[in-house]
Design a protein around this ligand. Structure first.
Ligand SMILES: [Zn+2]
Ligand SMILES: [Zn+2]
Length: 342
C-alpha cells in the first residue's frame, strides 16, 4: 500500500510503499477514504512534538470503510463506514478506569505514536471505530474526530446549560464547531471573537454575534452587549496569553473560562476581581473522550453541526501536495482546511 510518511523530523514527508499492515484478533483494517491535515501534523513534522516511533505515517483525523476484521471483533463488520477515535488507550490503568482515557498511562495517538491515516489503509482496535452514517461524508467524518470533538469536550468541561451565553475566542475549525455546538446545547447568544473579517462573517452565518477584536476591545464589547453581565462560558481556542486573559475578564458571576489553546507563556489576572469576586472558574480542557463521539456524529447527521463549509480543499495522497499544505499551516499563510482522499 501507499503511505505518506515522516521519515525524519525537520524533513518533508515521503511517499513510501510497504505491505498492508496485519491485524490482531481485536483490530480492524480500515480502507482510508479521508484523512484531515491538521495543524498538529505540521508540529509533528518539524519535531516540535516528540514522536512515538520513526518512520511514522501521520494522520489522526480518519474516516473510511472497514476492509477486514479480527476474529474477535463483534461490533463492526467489513464494508461498514466508520470514523476513528485517535487515542488508543489501555482501558485498565487508573486513568482509563476513572473514565479519563485521554490521560491513559500508555495512550497511543494515531498518526503521532502509531501509523495513521495518510495512507491507503490503517489499523485500529475495534472500539476506536465510530459508525459513520451515510448522511455524513467521509471528509466531514474525518474532521469531526479532531476539532469538533475537542470543541464539544470543552463545552462539556464548561458545563454549559440552556439559556446561557458563550464567548468563543478564535474562529478557526474549533471555533466554528464550538459556535454551532454551543447553540445546540441551548446557548441563547454566542459571541465570536476574532480579528479576521472573513472568519467573523462565517461565524455570523452560523448564528454568532461577531466581535471584531481588531476594531474594539473584546472584553468591553462583550460587557456592553450583555448589559454589563458578562458571559457564562468563555472558550479560549487561540493559545495566546492576551486572549486567555480576555476570556477570563469577559466572564460574569459564576462564569467558567475554558482554556483549550496551547501556550507555555504565563498569564496575568487579578484573582480578586476576576475569579474570587465572581466565583468564576478557570478550567483546562485537554482532547476529548471516546464516549463523546457518538453524540457528536449524531449531531452532524442531524445537521445541528455542519462542518462542510470548513473543509475547503481535497487533495490526493501525494507527498508534495501534503508537504505544501503543512508548509502553509506552519507559516499561517492559509486557513484552508485540507482533507486527503487517497
Ligand atoms: Zn487534528
Ligand atoms: Zn489506560
Amino acid at each position: 500500500m501507499k503511505a505518506v510518511r515522516l521519515m525524519e523530523t525537520g524533513k518533508p514527508l515521503q511517499l513510501q510503499k510497504f505491505p498492508i499492515p496485519s491485524i490482531s484478533e481485536t483490530d480492524i483494517l480500515v480502507r482510508v477514504r479521508a484523512a484531515g491535515i491538521c495543524h498538529s501534523d505540521a508540529h509533528y513534522r518539524t519535531g516540535r512534538s516528540s514522536m512515538g516511533k520513526m518512520p511514522i505515517t501521520l494522520g489522526h483525523e480518519v474516516a473510511g470503510e472497514v476492509e477486514l476484521i479480527g476474529p474477535q471483533v463483534t461490533n463492526v463488520k467489513a464494508g461498514e463506514r466508520v470514523c476513528l477515535h485517535y487515542n488508543i488507550s489501555c482501558g485498565d490503568c487508573y486513568y482509563c478506569q476513572m473514565g479519563n482515557e485521554q490521560f491513559c498511562e500508555t495512550v497511543k495517538m494515531l498518526g503521532h505514536h502509531i501509523d495513521g491515516g495518510y495512507a491507503e489503509y490503517v489499523t485500529v482496535p475495534e472500539h476506536n471505530a465510530i459508525h459513520l452514517p451515510n448522511e455524513i461524508s467521509f471528509e466531514e467524518g474525518a474532521t469531526l474526530m479532531c476539532a469538533s470533538a475537542t470543541a464539544l469536550h470543552a463545552l462539556r468541561k464548561g458545563r454549559i446549560k440552556a439559556g446561557e451565553t458563550v464567548a468563543v475566542f478564535g474562529v478557526g475549525g474549533l471555533g466554528l464547531s464550538a459556535i454551532q455546538l454551543a447553540k445546540a446545547c441551548g446557548a441563547t447568544e454566542v459571541f465570536a471573537v476574532d480579528i479576521k473579517l472573513d472568519k467573523l462573517e462565517l461565524a455570523s452565518e452560523y448564528g454568532a454575534t461577531p466581535v471584531n477584536a481588531s476594531r474594539v476591545d473584546a472584553v468591553e464589547e462583550i460587557l456592553k452587549l450583555t448589559e454589563g453581565k458578562g458571559v457564562n462560558v468563555a472558550l479560549e481556542l487561540i493559545g495566546l496569553p492576551k486572549t486567555m486573559e480576555q476570556a477570563i475578564e469577559s466572564l460574569g458571576i459564576m462564569g467558567r473560562a475554558v482554556i483549550v489553546g496551547l501556550t507555555d507563556q504565563p498569564i496575568s489576572i487579578n484573582t480578586y476581581h476576576q475569579v474570587l469576586g465572581k466565583e468564576a472558574e478557570i478550567i483546562g480542557s485537554n482532547d476529548h473522550l471516546l464516549q463523546e463521539l457518538p453524540s457528536l456524529v449524531d449531531m452532524a447527521r442531524r445537521k445541528v453541526l455542519d462542518t462542510s463549509h470548513v473543509i475547503s480543499q481535497i487533495i490526493p495522497l501525494d507527498a508534495d501536495k501534503i508537504n505544501q499544505r503543512l508548509d502553509d499551516l506552519e507559516n499561517y499563510t492559509s486557513d484552508v482546511r485540507a482533507v486527503i482522499v487517497p
